[in-house]
Design a protein around this ligand. Structure first.
Ligand code: 6MZ
Length: 350
């Protein structure tokens, strides 16, 4: 049983809705465009992998045990900087191709397969998923083997349901970033289902300007480019020269950047619970989504990392529909339009 449990602001919003509002949300065709593989693994899958692994050092095994316990209790972050420390425990369990395939399969199942609840069939969480992940080199695999393991599972679904975005971490060296992008481009040229490149990682780390050559390679290959940008203030002024296809978060953009994204209608991937729990936004009322909605700017609602944030795509949509202060109190027509924006922002969209 791998259905993730949800808790916190999105769960409260979801449980405040009527049955008919919940079925409205479930039946809307939704795209999930901002979902990090290692942040979206069901806890039960990680517990299963931890129980099977017998090759971890005592130290690694202790770190996994305490990491999984923290995730089980529910993560409390005092700031976004605390968030990235959660990943080493997960990474020691997803360090070989077989484990990666197993976790990818379970994440795809959570988002893309229908579920039964009593005698009811619940539609899939989303109609289309662009899963993203950062290729890691470990003693058990190369970066290429990493991507191929994830792709093998993504490609088990039809092309109009699932695709892969290769992430580059801003903590990487320029050489490593270029290696990730070359792999993405080559696999795409071989006909594999890589649709874009993402820049992610601790917003306080690295300098985005160093990655401009990597972004140029992405554009030349005709892949989509999405950047985690301005999750914290201030970020570098790289946005105007990076030509992104979409942006993640975009919480603290300056005036020139805001004008650029509005003029160019660059869709914003919005992760409400993630922003609230990482404390980059104080409450829904002051969330930057409101300004984008007022300008009819394309946004897509996404989960980011359902493992630590204990949310789901339906619950993120519930945050739109629930009445204040639990949600934004939007109408069903407004929510339907946002879902259409999401579908239209796919990298594979015509
Ligand atoms: C920036 C984030 C993130 O790639 O190993 N990641 N980067 N901001 C966020 N907001 C909360 N959430 C996740 O998935 C995990 C990695 O995704 C990035 C981090 O670099 C994290 O290590 P993958 O599959």
């Amino acid at each position: 049983h791998i259905a993730p449990s949800i808790a916190g602001p999105a769960a409260n919003a979801l449980s405040s809705l009527t049955e008919s509002q919940v079925s409205f949300i479930r039946s809307l065709p939704k795209a999930e465009l901002h979902c990090h593989l290692n942040g979206s693994i069901p806890l039960a899958t990680l517990q299963r992998l931890a129980a099977e692994r017998d090759d971890l050092t005592d130290e690694a095994s202790e770190a996994v045990k305490s990491g999984l316990e923290t995730l089980k209790q529910g993560v409390q972050l005092s700031a976004i900087g605390d968030f990235f420390g959660l990943f080493p425990a997960v990474y020691s369990l997803t360090s070989n191709p077989a484990a990666l395939r197993e976790v990818t399969r379970d994440v795809l199942h959570v988002f893309l397969d229908p579920k039964s609840e009593g005698d009811q069939i619940i539609p899939p969480e989303c109609a289309y998923l662009e899963l993203r992940s950062t290729p890691r080199k470990t003693p058990h695999m190369t970066r290429k083997q990493y991507i191929e393991a994830v792709l093998a599972e993504v490609e088990a679904y039809p092309a109009d349901k699932a695709a892969l975005i290769v992430s580059v971490d801003r903590r990487m060296s320029v050489e490593d970033a270029l290696e990730c992008v070359s792999l993405a481009v080559n696999l795409r040229n071989e006909g594999r289902r890589v649709v874009g490149v993402d820049l992610c990682g601790d917003p306080k780390a690295g300098d985005m300007k160093n990655f401009i050559p990597a972004f140029e390679m992405v554009h030349k290959a005709g892949l989509g480019l999405t950047l985690h940008i301005a999750e914290l203030p201030p970020d570098t002024d790289v946005l105007l020269s990076a030509h992104p296809t979409r942006l993640g978060h975009a919480t603290f953009l300056n005036d020139a950047e805001q004008k650029y994204i509005c003029d160019n209608k660059i869709p914003i991937e919005i992760c409400l619970t993630s922003n609230l729990l990482c404390k980059t936004v104080t409450d829904l009322e002051s969330h930057h989504i409101n300004a984008y909605l007022q300008q009819d700017h394309p946004v897509s609602i996404c989960t980011d990392d359902i493992l630590p944030f204990r949310t789901s795509l339906a619950a993120e949509y519930a945050l739109l529909l629930a009445k204040a202060p639990l949600g934004l109190g939007l109408t069903e027509e407004q929510v339907e339009k946002i879902a259409r924006f999401g579908m239209a922002s796919r990298f594979t969209s015509p």
